[in-house]
Design a protein around this ligand. Structure first.
Ligand SMILES: [Zn+2]
Length: 156
């Protein structure tokens, strides 16, 4: 899963209006993949989806919480987003045709649907100003563009 993780982060961030919340929650939702993809390239093969790797992710989120000075509620929403990351990756583990990346149109539809659902919930709950809503929708459109590149250009 790619942008679906950010969709879940946006859904979680719907429950707070605290400054810095979306940043921390979005980082937490994607951190296992960010670390796995970036550190594997330099020879670190730690599994960031379980055990010590996942603990390292939690510690990094705790550090970022301190830097961003967000509440305990936001920290817990961030950890929930990280926990929800794990089952959302399950359809992408196998190396055969049952992997959703083997079906880019299905994967694109699933992940974009999650973003539309969670983004709509965020807009409903946050009651943003018109310029802020437009900025949010533009950001979501950019995220959809990333998913399109992931599915149809990179070919994961
Ligand atoms: Zn993952």
């Amino acid at each position: 899963m790619f942008i679906g993780h950010y969709a879940i982060a946006i859904g979680n961030a719907s429950f707070t209006k605290e400054k810095g919340a979306l940043t921390l929650i979005a980082l937490s939702s994607a951190l296992p993949d960010i670390l796995m993809l970036s550190l594997n390239r330099v020879g670190v093969s730690l599994n960031f989806h379980a055990d010590l790797g996942l603990l390292a992710c939690v510690l990094i989120v705790m550090l970022c919480r301190a830097l961003l000075r967000v509440s305990r509620k936001v920290f817990l929403l961030a950890i929930l987003a990280m926990v929800l990351h794990l089952p959302l990756d399950l359809p992408y583990i196998s190396h055969d045709s049952s992997n959703w990346y083997a079906h880019p149109a299905w994967d694109f539809t699933l992940e974009v649907s999650l973003l539309v659902l969670c983004g709509g919930f965020y807009l409903h709950r946050q009651r943003l100003s018109k310029p802020a809503s437009m900025a949010f929708v533009t950001m979501c459109a950019g995220i959809v563009g990333l998913q399109a590149v992931w599915n149809f250009v990179v070919g994961f």
